[in-house]
Write a protein that binds this ligand. Structure first.
Ligand SMILES: O=C[C@H](O)COP(=O)(O)O
Length: 247
């Protein structure tokens, strides 16, 4: 099985009901994309987006709790995301690792909870600029993968997104060689640890735009993208979907 191709959008803390018009535009402009398309909106939009897209675009959460229920004000359980219409959940995004001090161990527990609820976990890893400048990138990625990916991960229930922290929302991207180096390492580590590691979809994320998408999708072991800002508008996300479809 070859890794599936996935164009994933992370709307972060952006969008109200009016933004669902972008879903209508995407569906109209790309009625039969040659890749999977996923959008992870704020939790308030999961159910209406799932209803609006009628299964033609997958919908996901941006975080879940490791527990199934209980006294955790403000949190969402994986089964609740699923109940609202999610098929995926982003976990361990660097903004959550920073804003909420999430550790690899917590991300691993959340991913196991997501799997238990039948969700695909999109697990994020990535080095800071200080770590890259210190030559620690491969060690950081290796440690995050080892710590954040649960033993029950398979190519069917897990996607890995490499997102250099310094490339997120900055307009800066690594060179193709830098992305290739990290993606080759991730493929090797997943294959060494998990039976179907060669089949995992590996996404790149960090300032992916219509203008650089084709070049990024040509890099070995890049099976798609996790897109932030450029996923908010159909006129930007559409060309990225088209570039991945053609890759
Ligand atoms: O999850 C998405 C990433 O943080 C990338 O965001 P960006 O495309 O706005 O740089």
């Amino acid at each position: 099985m070859a890794p599936r191709k996935l164009a994933a959008g992370n709307w972060k803390m952006n969008g109200t009901l009016a933004a669902l018009a972008e879903i209508d535009r995407l569906l109209a402009d790309h009625p039969a994309p040659g890749c999977e398309v996923l959008i992870c909106p704020p939790a308030t939009l999961i159910h209406p987006m799932a209803a609006r897209s009628q299964g033609r675009i997958a919908v996901g959460g941006q975080d879940c709790h490791a527990k199934t229920s209980g006294a955790h004000t403000g949190d969402i359980a994986a089964a609740q995301l699923r109940d609202a219409g999610s098929s995926h959940v982003i976990l361990g995004h660097s903004e959550r690792r920073t804003d909420h001090a999430e550790t690899d161990e917590q991300v691993r527990a959340k991913a196991a909870a997501a799997h238990e609820a039948g969700l695909v976990a999109v697990i994020c890893v990535g080095e800071t600029e200080v770590q890259r400048d210190a030559g620690q990138t491969l060690d950081v990625i290796s440690a995050q993968l080892a710590g954040s990916v649960p033993d029950g991960a398979t190519a069917a229930n897990t996607v890995i997104a490499y997102e250099p922290v310094w490339a997120i929302g900055t307009g800066r991207t690594p060179t193709s060689d830098q992305i290739a180096e990290v993606h080759a390492l991730m493929r090797e580590r997943l294959s060494a640890r998990l039976g179907d590691g060669a089949d995992f979809a590996l996404l790149y994320g960090g300032s992916v735009k219509p203008g650089n998408a084709a070049e990024i999708f040509a890099i070995p072991h890049v099976n798609g993208a996790l897109v932030g800002g450029a996923s908010l508008k159909a006129e930007d996300f559409g060309p990225i979907i088209a570039a991945l479809s053609a890759a």
